[in-house]
Design a protein around this ligand. Structure first.
Ligand code: HEM
Length: 245
């Protein structure tokens, strides 16, 4: 730091260096928010595609199992079988890691910018959804690990037949396994709450900054997350009600 020699504070050069370094930090925070928005959008696209696939269960066991087999054939004959699935798995894992690392750095920066905590925590925009982003994220990651061991590899599923995922899903949500259904329902609600705030924040980062834009972003976030929660919850609900067996 350059100081004036009259002991009166930072010189013009010092101020310029300080401003430039603050600007750099601010720019890279915007960059991190862009990374969060970009990786989040990829994850949301996956969630909608996955929901649409899950709804095939209402068409019947043959349609659902056919869809699961087709997942392994996407990209053939250009790509060898299952390559597309592995590319998707790699992209999703990378998106989750980028999302978590960017969120952690941004949260740490926000804390460093205000080392003394507020005596009364100010109301965060988005209310409940904004305040639960971190814990919601942890629940979703834990659920994803359980879910892959359950329905992708079949390791913890009572049937675990990879050739017939319809049977695995029906066995999963049997009334006697109410605790598994409850965990799924909680995780799906966490996804909904997380998404509501995430879509709203991404829309703001990507330009919806006016009051009208923010209102639109909030409404879109509510509609999209409600559709997703209803679509995902409909599967365990249908099994519990005996509509899918
Ligand atoms: C009731 C809700 C859900 C049902 C019935 C369901 C069903 C399934 C099934 C059957 C598979 C295996 C597909 C296959 O490999 O053939 C699967 C895989 C997967 N699901 Fe779900 N899912 C649900 C909710 C979710 C949610 C909320 C998420 C995200 C948070 C999610 C993320 C995944 C992932 C990452 C895979 C692994 C895909 C792969 O093997 O590459 N699922 N799901």
């Amino acid at each position: 730091m350059h100081w004036t020699n009259d002991g009166g504070g930072p010189s013009v050069v010092g101020m310029a260096v300080l401003t430039a370094s603050r600007k750099r930090a601010r720019t890279s925070s915007v960059g991190l928010k862009m990374l969060m928005a970009g990786s989040g959008i990829l994850l949301v696209l996956f969630l909608f595609a996955h929901m649409a696939g899950n709804l095939k269960i209402f068409v019947g066991s043959a349609a659902f199992d056919h869809y699961a087999h087709w997942l392994r054939d996407i990209g053939t004959p250009l790509l060898p079988r299952t390559w597309y699935l592995w590319l998707q798995r790699t992209a999703l894992t990378a998106a989750v890691l980028v999302h978590i690392v960017a969120a952690t750095i941004l949260a740490r920066r926000a804390r460093t910018a205000r080392p003394v905590r507020y005596a009364h925590r100010p109301k965060v925009q988005g209310g409940y959804a904004a305040r639960t982003m971190r814990w919601g994220g942890v629940i979703i990651v834990l659920f994803a690990v359980f879910h892959i061991l359950d329905l992708s590899t079949g390791t913890v599923n009572p049937v675990g037949d990879q050739a017939h995922p319809y049977g695995n899903v029906v066995a999963d949500f049997a009334p006697s396994r109410w605790y598994v259904t409850l965990f799924y329902a909680l995780a799906i609600l966490a996804v909904g709450v997380h998404l509501r705030h995430g879509i709203f924040s991404a829309a703001r980062t990507l330009g919806q900054q006016s009051p009208r834009g923010a209102r639109r972003a909030r409404a879109a976030a509510l509609v999209l997350s409600s559709v997703l929660v209803a679509g995902y919850l409909s599967v365990p609900a249908a099994v519990l009600l005996g509509l899918v067996k």
